[in-house]
Design a protein around this ligand. Structure first.
Ligand code: FES
Ligand SMILES: [Fe+2]
Length: 422
C-alpha cells in the first residue's frame, strides 16, 4: 500500500506535478507516423501529460506538435488550415510554423513587430520506427531518443499498435510488471503454451535494480533439475517488458513485446505495444495477427479505443468463463484493461493488501518515487540521458537449477548491437 500523498505523487502527471516533470525528461511515443502521413494533411488532436496539443505535417514534410490553442484568442488549431509551411488558425488567419513561431498575422498592420513576439508552445518531435516521438521537457537537456531495438528494425520485423486505456498510467504499468496474474487472468484451456505456468502457480519472485531499471524474475519449478524463469523488466518512466511465452500461437521464435504506458492525463493512458522479431520478418498475415490493422487487443474505434470496453463490460461471456477461459473476456489486453480500469480511474493504494507476488510492483513504486524525490532535489533521471539502457529484451528460459538466472539468461536479455554504437 501507499500513503495518500505518495499515491498522488506517483499518479499525477499534469504540468507542475513532480511525476509529470519527471516523465517530461524522457521522449514519449506520441502518434503513429501514419496519423500525420500527409504534408498539409488534416491536423491531429493529441493529449499528453494533461496538455492538449495538435500535430501536423507541414508542406516540407516536417512534423510539428504545438499547443492546441491559438495565441490570439485561443481558438482550437485542430480546425486550422495546414498550408504553405504552417498551421493557420481558422478564426482570424494567424499562422504558426512547426517551431510554434507565428509566421503570418494578417489582421495586424505590417509595420509592427507584433508578429515576431507571438509564439505558441511547440515540442520537438522525431519520427523513428513508424512512430512520432515527442520530447516535452526542458530544451536544455534534449536527450537522444531511447535506443530501442524495435526502432532500428525494418518495418517487416515489427508491429506497433496503440490502444486507449481508461485508467491512470501507474496501475496500467503495474499490470505489465505483475507476473503472477498470468496463471490466472490470462489462462485458457485452448492455450497449450502454458505448461510451466500451470505446473507451478506459486513462483518465487526476486527484484534487482539493474541499469536504471528493474529486473523482476519469477522462478517456477519445471522438470526435475530445472527451473523455468520468466524475466520481466521495467524501464523508466513507463516501459514494461513482459516475457513472451514461447510456443504461444502465432509468436514466431524470437518475437518479444514491449509495452509503453504513456499518460494522456491522470485518468487515461495510451498503451503502446511494440512487437518485434529481430531474427526474421513477419509475413503480412502475421503482422495482422499482431494487430497491424485491428490493434493488438482486437478491433478499435477510430480513436483507438477497443470495441470491448468498460461500457459493454468487455463483453464478458460467463459461459466461457466457466468452461474455457479464466476471465471469460476475449483478448489479453482486454483482460488486463478490465482489471485495471475496474480499479477506478486512480486506484486507492491506501486500501490494498500486497503480498509476496507483488514484489515487482513494490519496487516499481519505490523506484519512481525515488526518482521523483531526486528530481525535487535537483537530480535528473540518469536513464533519460542514457539511450543505450533501452537496448534490451525480456526473456523466458529453462535453466539447470544450479545456474544463476542473470548469468544463464545474459545473452537473451540484450538487444542486437546498434550501428550508432549504443
Ligand atoms: S483566435 Fe486564432 S487567429 Fe484569432
Ligand atoms: Fe496481463
Amino acid at each position: 500500500m501507499l500513503s495518500k500523498n505518495d499515491n498522488a505523487l506517483l499518479t499525477r502527471v499534469g504540468p507542475g506535478t513532480l511525476m509529470g516533470e519527471l516523465i517530461r525528461h524522457f521522449w514519449l511515443p506520441a502518434l503513429q507516423e501514419e496519423e500525420v502521413a500527409v504534408p498539409d494533411g488534416a491536423p491531429v488532436r493529441l493529449r499528453l501529460l494533461g496538455e492538449d496539443l495538435v500535430a501536423f505535417r507541414d508542406t516540407q514534410g516536417r512534423v510539428g506538435i504545438v499547443e492546441a490553442r491559438c495565441a490570439h484568442r485561443r481558438a482550437g488549431l485542430f480546425f486550422g488550415r495546414n498550408e504553405e509551411g504552417g498551421l493557420r488558425c481558422a478564426y482570424h488567419g494567424w499562422k504558426y510554423d512547426v517551431t510554434g513561431q507565428c509566421v503570418e498575422l494578417p489582421t495586424e498592420p505590417r509595420a509592427t513587430n507584433f508578429r515576431e513576439r507571438i509564439r505558441i508552445t511547440a515540442y520537438p518531435s522525431e519520427v523513428r520506427g513508424g512512430v512520432v516521438w515527442i520530447y516535452m521537457g526542458s530544451p536544455d537537456l534534449a536527450p537522444a531518443l531511447p535506443d530501442f531495438e524495435f526502432n532500428r528494425l525494418p518495418r517487416a520485423h515489427r508491429v506497433v499498435t496503440k490502444r486507449l486505456q481508461q485508467s491512470n498510467w501507474a496501475q496500467a504499468a503495474e499490470g505489465g510488471i505483475d507476473s503472477s496474474h498470468l496463471s490466472y487472468l490470462h489462462d485458457s484451456k485452448t492455450d497449450t503454451s502454458r505448461t510451466y505456468l500451470r505446473m507451478d502457480r506459486h513462483p518465487v519472485f526476486d527484484v534487482k535494480e539493474i541499469d536504471h531499471g528493474l529486473m523482476i524474475t519469477a522462478r517456477r519449478n519445471a522438470d526435475p533439475g530445472q527451473y523455468y524463469w520468466r524475466i520481466n523488466r521495467f524501464l523508466p518512466p513507463f516501459y514494461t517488458l513482459p516475457p513472451t511465452t514461447q510456443g504461444r500461437k502465432g509468436w514466431s521464435p524470437g518475437t518479444y513485446k514491449i509495452d509503453a504506458w504513456v499518460p494522456i492525463d491522470d485518468e487515461n493512458t495510451w498503451n503502446w505495444a511494440f512487437v518485434a522479431n529481430p531474427d526474421q520478418p513477419y509475413s503480412e498475415p502475421e503482422r495482422e495477427a499482431f494487430g497491424a490493422r485491428d490493434g493488438f487487443a482486437g478491433p478499435l474505434d477510430e480513436h483507438y479505443r477497443p470495441l470491448l470496453n468498460r461500457d459493454n463490460d468487455y463483453q464478458i461471456d460467463r459461459e466461457r468463463q466457466k468452461n474455457v477461459s479464466f476471465s471469460g473476456i476475449e483478448g489479453v489486453p482486454n483482460q488486463d484493461a478490465a482489471m485495471q480500469e475496474s480499479m477506478g480511474p486512480i486506484v486507492d493504494r491506501t486500501r490494498e493488501n500486497l503480498g509476496n507476488s507483488d514484489l515487482g510492483i513494490v519496487h516499481f513504486r519505490r523506484l519512481m518515487l525515488r526518482l521523483a524525490g531526486d528530481l525535487a532535489d535537483g537530480r535528473s533521471p540518469h536513464a533519460a540521458a542514457n539511450a543505450a539502457v533501452y537496448n534490451v529484451r525480456p526473456a523466458e528460459v529453462l535453466l539447470p537449477d544450479s545456474v544463476p538466472v542473470l548469468q544463464g539468461a545474459a545473452d537473451l536479455l540484450r538487444g542486437s548491437a546498434s550501428e550508432t554504437g549504443n
